[in-house]
Ligand binder design. Structure first.
Ligand code: G6P
Length: 611
């Protein structure tokens, strides 16, 4: 939540900052602002999207080679011009941008008010700006020391970038819990919440660690910690190209990402499954193999769509690896005093690798002595660094706020893990393994086949675009797919939608069914096929409209349902990879037809770095 960008060098900072903010807008889009130093410090900020800020400052003087920018997802104070970042201190000595939450801001604000400070915004960030200034002026220290001393008083999370008008040759950046990356150019440095604004200028980056402070001038950077020790920066090379973070001719990132799934799934299993060797190898788990195979219990923790992938994982681990699994919302887990033992394996699943609740849950699990693994998409992200070991999903950058390709990549990793453990435990025969590997190889082309039906999905979307409610039903491994389908529809089209296990329909949702409510069934041929047929009949008996996702060639459901979507046959454990795709596309088309902002739905953000 909230994207931050900074530049210091010899180029004009404004275009770099503006472009960076556009790349980070998925992190929050309530308001945006930029500050540039050019002799004096100019701050421009506006409620709304980055493009509105751009229009607002058109024609104004934006010259300067040092600047910072912020795109906001409001936490403290409504989205308006005043609460937008950057925030300056009372005497305008400091100007800061911040991603995160200062938890003890009320207490700090009170103390600062006693020292005569007044506040123009409702934000916690302005409190931090004033705290830095108060220390700077009262203790007569340098900007760097003032920032460090202020941060020692702060409880909370921050990705922070600071400009000081009295030391205008530097940027000071610091991190605790919220991400911050520094790109190293030629006599220039770039700062951003993730690497996407940086990659077109340099592939050399430093991911700041918790409690790091960087003091950056255009020709040099010094890295320290909060204790003032000088640190040796770990410079990494990033492997991302521009085309991966652009729309490439698609109308929306979400559509592009849905269509990328054949490739993203392939990238996720490439080099990890081998038909010749008939085995699955996950290099990131070598070091913890024994613990994993002998786990007494697996606890999967995640939020949002990743939590739905975890539910698929529960099914897979229990069915294939015969390990008891619990799936937990990270936010509930961390506050529940959960029972975690040393023989438990906790697996955190996260696209961004930055979700605050998931990170906090990881901390709790580590303190209990459990082995903690991560399944993350963003390389170098906080979760990937906080966990003992893990597996990257290799889906490539996901920019649409509604997660699509990350979900199928997570399920791909969970499937590989379940089979790898099952094989080691002697529960998966060579024959079963060979079938699975072959089936996994075929998934990308099966998804290609489904994507060819896009026009059909669009027609269905056209029929149901005005509904106010929708119900998604599935059984077994298709139940999480139903939840995911409902989430996709509600988050981007604002239609109320619920996912349920099909059999649970009779315990409540059936009361809602009438001719105005579409019921979307995932009804592929598996062991609960006959049961789901009865559920479809129950809906039809109440005049409900049925959209059914069925296995190719199913001529029973096609006679009962109002619309059938045929997907290729696949092993039952892989079906969620296929069934999710039509649901993503139907939600997408409905949202577009309703005029919704598909990539940036209202009130949402992609990377939820606050609790
Ligand atoms: C937000 C995003 C979702 C995502 C969830 C968990 O709500 O909008 O798309 O599923 O966070 O994020 P993570 O990055 O941890 O998977």
């Amino acid at each position: 939540m909230c994207g931050i960008v900074g530049y210091i060098g010899n180029k004009d900072a404004y275009p770099i900052i503006l472009k960076g903010l556009k790349r980070l807008e998925y992190r929050g889009y309530d308001s945006a602002g930029i500050a540039i130093i050019n002799g004096k410090l100019n701050i421009y900020k506006k409620r709304g999207k980055v493009s509105e800020l751009e229009d607002y400052i058109l024609g104004m003087d934006k010259k300067g080679t040092i600047g910072i920018g912020h795109t906001r997802w409001a936490t403290h104070g409504e989205p308006n011009d005043r609460n937008a970042h950057p925030h300056h201190s009372q005497n305008r000595i400091f100007t800061i941008i911040h991603n995160g939450i200062i938890e003890n801001y009320t207490h700090l604000k009170h103390s600062l008010k006693e020292q005569g400070y007044e506040f123009y915004s409702e934000t916690d960030t302005e409190v931090l700006a004033n705290l830095i200034e108060y220390i700077y002026t009262s203790q007569k220290v340098t900007a760097e020391i003032a920032v460090r001393l202020a941060l020692l008083k702060v409880v909370g999370a921050y990705g922070l970038v600071v400009l000081c008008s009295e030391e205008p040759d530097k940027i000071i950046a610091a991190r605790k819990s919220s991400p911050l990356v520094i790109g190293i150019g030629d006599n220039e440095y770039f700062l951003a919440s993730d690497a996407t604004p940086i990659i077109e200028y340099t592939d050399r980056v430093i991911y700041l660690n918790n409690d790091d402070i960087a003091i950056i001038k255009k020709e040099e950077m010094v890295l320290k910690n909060l204790k003032n020790d000088i640190l040796q920066p770990n410079i990494e090379k990033i492997d991302l190209c521009i085309s991966e973070i652009e729309k490439n001719g698609f109308d929306h990132f979400m559509l592009k990402e849905i269509f990328e799934q054949p490739r993203s799934i392939q990238d996720t299993f490439r080099g990890r499954i081998s038909q010749e060797m008939n085995e699955i190898r996950l290099g990131g788990l070598y070091s913890v193999n024994d613990q994993l195979v002998h786990a007494k219990r697996i606890i999967l923790i995640a939020c949002g769509t990743s939590w739905h992938a975890a539910l698929v994982g529960e099914y897979l681990f229990e069915d294939i690896a015969r390990i008891p699994v619990e799936v937990e919302y990270a936010s509930e887990f961390r506050y529940r005093n959960p029972l975690i033992g040393k023989e438990d394996v906790v697996i955190a699943i996260s696209q961004s690798g930055e979700t605050a609740d998931t990170l906090a849950a990881i901390q709790l699990a580590k303190e209990s002595g459990a082995l903690v693994l991560g399944i993350c998409n963003v390389v170098g992200s906080s979760i990937s660094r906080e966990t003992d070991a893990g597996v990257y999903t290799h889906a490539g950058p996901e920019i649409g706020v509604a997660s699509t390709k990350a979900f199928t990549a997570q399920v791909t990793v969970l499937t590989m893990m379940a089979f790898m453990i099952g094989k080691e435990k002697g529960l998966v025969s060579d024959e079963r393994m060979a079938i699975l590997i072959k089936e996994l190889y075929d998934i990308p082309s099966k998804i290609e086949q489904i994507l060819k039906l896009n026009d059909e999905f669009k027609k269905i979307a056209g029929i149901y675009k005005h509904v106010t409610n929708a119900l998604y039903l599935g059984r077994g491994v298709s139940f999480p797919v139903a939840l995911e389908g409902a989430l996709k529809l509600k988050e981007i089209s604002y239609i109320h939608a619920e996912g349920y296990p099909a059999a649970e329909m009779k315990h409540g949702p059936i009361a809602l069914i009438d001719e105005n409510m579409p019921v979307i069934f995932i009804a592929t041929k598996d062991k609960s096929y006959d049961k789901i047929l009865s559920n479809i009949q129950e809906v039809k008996a109440r005049n409900g409209a049925v959209i059914a996702i069925v296995t190719e060639g199913d001529d029973i459901i096609s006679k009962m349902a109002d619309h059938t979507i045929e997907i290729p046959e696949a092993d039952e454990v892989l079906i969620s990879l296929l069934a999710a795709v039509p649901l993503q596309l139907i939600a997408y088309h409905i949202a577009v037809m309703r005029g919704c902002n598909v990539d940036q739905p209202r009130n949402l953000a992609k990377s939820v770095t606050v609790e």
